[in-house]
Design a binder for this molecule. Structure first.
Ligand code: HBI
Ligand code: FE
Length: 255
C-alpha cells in the first residue's frame, strides 16, 4: 500500500479515497496483527474500560480491518461512518467530516521500520486508536461537537488552541476509573511506549483536565509530553468543552 501513502493526486474536495483491501500485502496484514498483539497486554493494564469493551466488540478478524464492514456496525451504534483518506487532510476538511459524523481513517500502514514510532497517523493509529471509542455515545457526541467547534475555531483564529485541546484529550487523554488513571487518547492507546509512560512514569505531571489550561498548554509532536490531562468521565469532557470558546480564544490570543 506504499503507493497510496501521501498520494493525493486526483483527490476530491472531501479528500476521501476508497480503501482497497486487496492492495494490502500479506506482510502488511501480518504487521497490523503484530501491532495489535503487542498492544493487547498493555491495554489490559492501561486502557480505559470503555475502550477495551468497544475493541472487543469490534472483534478484529486479523489483518487490516475492513472500513465498510466496521462502518455498518458503527453507524448502527452511534451514527458514525469511517471514510478512507490518503493521510493528513486540511483542517477545515477534517473538521467538516467530524461535524458530519464521518471519521477520516488513513488507508496506508506504516513500514516495519516504523513499528515503534511514526510521525503521521497511519491506519493502525487511526483505526485501532480512534475508532473503538466512537462506539461510545457520549464520546461519539463529543467528537462531533469537536468537529463543529473546529470549523468555528477556524473563523475565530482559535485553531491553535483547539488543536491543543484535541491533542491533550482525543490524542493523549487520561481518564480516572475506579480511583486509577487509564488511557483513552488514541495516541496513547496505539503506542507501546507512551501509554505506560503517561500513566506509570514519575516524570510527567498528571493534572485534572480543564479546557482553558489545556488550550494554553503548548505541545511537542515528536516527543512524550511533560503534562497529561485527566478527565473524570466522558460526560466531564463533554461538559468542559460544551461552552462557546469565543471568549477563551480572545483571552488566549491577547496573551
Ligand atoms: N487529518 N487525516 C487527518 N487526521 C487527523 O487527525 C488530522 C487531520 N488534519 C488536521 C488535524 N488532524 C489537526 O489539525 C486537527 O486535529 C487540529
Ligand atoms: Fe489521531
Amino acid at each position: 500500500m506504499i503507493g497510496l501513502r501521501g498520494n493525493y493526486e486526483g483527490i476530491g474536495a472531501d479528500f476521501v479515497v476508497e480503501q482497497d483491501l486487496a492492495a494490502y500485502s500479506r506482510d502488511e496484514h501480518a504487521l497490523f496483527d503484530r501491532l495489535l498483539t503487542r498492544q493487547a497486554d498493555l491495554l489490559k493494564k492501561y486502557a480505559c474500560r470503555t475502550y477495551r469493551e468497544a475493541l472487543a466488540r469490534l472483534d478484529l478478524q486479523g489483518g487490516v480491518p475492513d472500513f465498510v464492514k466496521t462502518s455498518v456496525a458503527l453507524s448502527r451504534a452511534t451514527g458514525w461512518n469511517i471514510v478512507g483518506v490518503p493521510g493528513l487532510i486540511p483542517d477545515d476538511v477534517f473538521f467538516n467530516h467530524l461535524a458530519q459524523r464521518r471519521f477520516p481513517v488513513t488507508v496506508w500502514l506504516r513500514t516495519p521500520a516504523e513499528m515503534d514510532y511514526i510521525v503521521e497517523p497511519d491506519v493502525f493509529h487511526d483505526f485501532f486508536g480512534h475508532v473503538p471509542l466512537l462506539f461510545d455515545p457520549t464520546y461519539a457526541d463529543h467528537m462531533q461537537e469537536y468537529g463543529k467547534g473546529g470549523l468555528k475555531a477556524l473563523r475565530l483564529n482559535g485553531l491553535k488552541f483547539l488543536a491543543r485541546l484535541y491533542w491533550f484529550t482525543i490524542e493523549f487523554g487520561l481518564i480516572r476509573e475506579n480511583g486509577a488513571i487509564k488511557a483513552y487518547g488514541a495516541g496513547l492507546l496505539s503506542s507501546a511506549g507512551e501509554m505506560p509512560y503517561a500513566i506509570a512514569d514519575t516524570k510527567p505531571e498528571r493534572v485534572l483536565f480543564d479546557a482553558m489550561t489545556t488550550m494554553a498548554t503548548p505541545y511537542d509532536i515528536d516527543r512524550y509530553q511533560n503534562t497529561y490531562f485527566v478527565i473524570d468521565s466522558f460526560e466531564h469532557l463533554m461538559a468542559e468543552t460544551a461552552p462557546d470558546f469565543t471568549p477563551h480564544y480572545a483571552a488566549l490570543n491577547a496573551r
